[in-house]
Write a protein that binds this ligand. Structure first.
Ligand code: ADP
Ligand code: MG
Length: 255
């Protein structure tokens, strides 16, 4: 039978919501006795396990809240396949210093070259470092803003996209944006400007953004704010999706 003191210790941990400590205390006490650990060593182990469990849980929670389309890491990114990417630059970005400084990142390139993969991987690094992150495709984000606008809830909705420390807007330029959408997107950019970082991805060069937003003036205003504090990563190369096919010689490499 468990000693009453052990029950009391367990209930203290429960009350303090230290569930990992509650789960592990008996085993760690036993280990401490066997290995003749000092009190401070024992306490250190117990608290370290609790902190690790809490950190893990917080990361899982923030990952869920980020609504990433898939989970891919920088570790699984094959830099050799995409020599136009400066690996050192991406590793520097992965330190998340750009978020501390409120800088943004623009990833440009044709389909399949790894823009979303890199955006997700950097988002995960930010989550690990304790930042709140939100991912949205440009189309979904603008549709959500337009819907909220029509329902007189624009301000409220805008907050959803302004509060996270890092906002990832994927696939700008795949679908043209209507005038109202462009306007609402501009308001979002203005609100985040010099406040929170963004990662934007696009298959279109900046020169074509006027066309995407259907209005050169708005596009210039948007770009002006985004580019003021930002790093642009231009990826030129083959689609990774075609990698296997290229390898098998099914299609010819682009010149
Ligand atoms: P896009 O540039 O169109 O956003 P994605 O990032 O979605 O392309 O990449 C397409 C697919 O190929 C994804 O499954 C992604 O994980 C994978 N991929 C792209 N580039 C690489 C790479 N260099 N190393 C490993 N996987 C890659
Ligand atoms: Mg993509």
């Amino acid at each position: 039978m468990r000693a009453p003191q052990m029950d009391r210790i367990s209930s203290h941990f429960r009350r303090l919501k230290l569930s990992k400590a509650e789960e592990r205390v008996e085993a760690l006490l036993q280990e401490a006795t066997e290995k003749e650990l000092t009190y401070s060593d024992f306490l250190d182990r117990l608290l370290s396990e609790e902190v690790a469990a809490k950190t893990d849980k917080a990361i899982q929670m923030r990952t869920k809240m980020a609504r990433l389309p898939y989970l891919k890491s920088l570790e699984s990114f094959d830099f050799k396949y995409q020599p136009s990417i400066d690996e050192k630059q991406i590793r520097e970005l992965a330190t998340c210093r750009f978020i501390e400084h409120g800088d943004s990142i623009v990833l440009l390139g044709p389909p399949g070259v790894g823009k979303t993969h890199l955006a997700v991987a950097l988002g995960l690094k930010a989550i690990e470092d304790g930042y709140r992150v939100l991912f949205a495709s440009a189309t979904a984000l603008i549709a959500a803003l337009a819907k909220a606008h029509s329902e007189n809830r624009f301000e409220e909705r805008l907050k959803t996209y302004v509060v996270p420390k890092l906002l990832i807007v994927d696939e700008i330029g795949y679908i043209p944006i209507e005038r109202l959408g462009a306007n609402l997107f501009f308001q979002l950019i203005s609100r985040r400007y010099e406040r929170g970082s963004m990662i934007l991805t696009s298959n279109q060069s900046f020169a074509n953004w006027g066309e995407i937003f259907g209005d050169q003036v708005i596009a210039t205003a948007i770009l002006d704010r985004i580019l003021h504090h930002s790093v642009t990563v231009s990826i030129r190369g083959e689609s990774y999706r075609l990698k296997e096919k290229l390898k098998a010689g099914l299609i010819k490499k682009r010149d």
